[in-house]
Design a protein around this ligand. Structure first.
Ligand code: C5P
Length: 217
């Protein structure tokens, strides 16, 4: 059984997918983390993301592997666990640009399909229902308004003791949505057979309960 959850940045996909996976005993596959690991490799090597040949050259030499520790996905880049470095804004912004390059997507496609073939998964990303797992039994398109998503991110950063600018956060979210939705290859969009869920006015538990009830049907 495969559950695909797609949607824009900050819609709560990873929190919700993790909870759904925990309740159903499935593994949670965070494909964004894989794109972030590639982005980290490109940042470390100081590759200009507009130079597609340099990106292609760099990624032939990198190895991304996934394993699970206490049900938590760990991402290894060339044998080093980089999971703790992937959530930085800089890495997310680079991932949004580098994920539009075909060779980057090809690099990760087999890894994602293999995980879904060998396990019951809840997999989240941008093109899971449309491209990676077109036959997933359950497909969800999870979204929320950009203002709500910015406020959630703002609250997270405040809780960490940072002093964020909410307008800048919302502007970044809108830029990333645009990049993800308008790229020619595997753009973010709702699959025809996906259930649309807007979490702007829903609590986490309500969204989780809705997805579980869809999966149980
Ligand atoms: O979901 P997350 O914010 O971690 O993803 C980082 C970036 O990776 C996204 O902005 C998107 O450009 C890219 N991505 C993608 N396809 C996926 C998952 C993420 O293009 N399946």
């Amino acid at each position: 059984m495969n559950i695909a959850i797609d949607g824009p940045a900050g819609a709560g996909k990873s929190t919700i997918a993790k909870l759904v996976a925990g309740k159903l005993g499935y593994i949670y596959v965070d494909t964004g983390a894989m794109y972030r690991a590639v982005a980290l490799a490109l940042l470390n090597a100081k590759i200009d993301v507009t130079d597609v040949d340099a990106v292609a050259n760099e990624i032939t030499g990198i190895e991304i592997t996934i394993c699970y520790e206490d049900h938590a996905q760990q991402v290894y880049l060339n044998g080093e666990n980089v999971t703790g470095s992937l959530r930085k804004e800089e890495v997310g912004n680079m991932a949004s640009k580098s994920s539009a390059i075909p060779c980057v997507r090809e690099k990760l496609l087999d890894l994602q399909r293999k995980l879904a073939r060998e396990n019951d998964v809840v997999m989240d990303g941008r093109d899971i229902g449309t491209n990676i797992l077109p036959n997933a039994e359950v497909k969800i398109y999870l979204t929320a308004s950009s203002a709500v998503r910015a406020k959630r991110r703002y609250d997270e950063l405040i809780a960490k003791g940072e002093t964020p600018d909410i307008d800048k956060i919302e502007a970044d979210i809108i830029t990333r949505d645009k990049q993800d939705m308008e790229r020619p290859i595997a753009p973010l969009k709702q699959a025809d057979d996906a259930v649309y869920l807007d979490s702007s006015d829903l609590g986490i538990d309500e969204v989780v309960a809705k997805i579980i009830s869809i999966a149980e049907k």
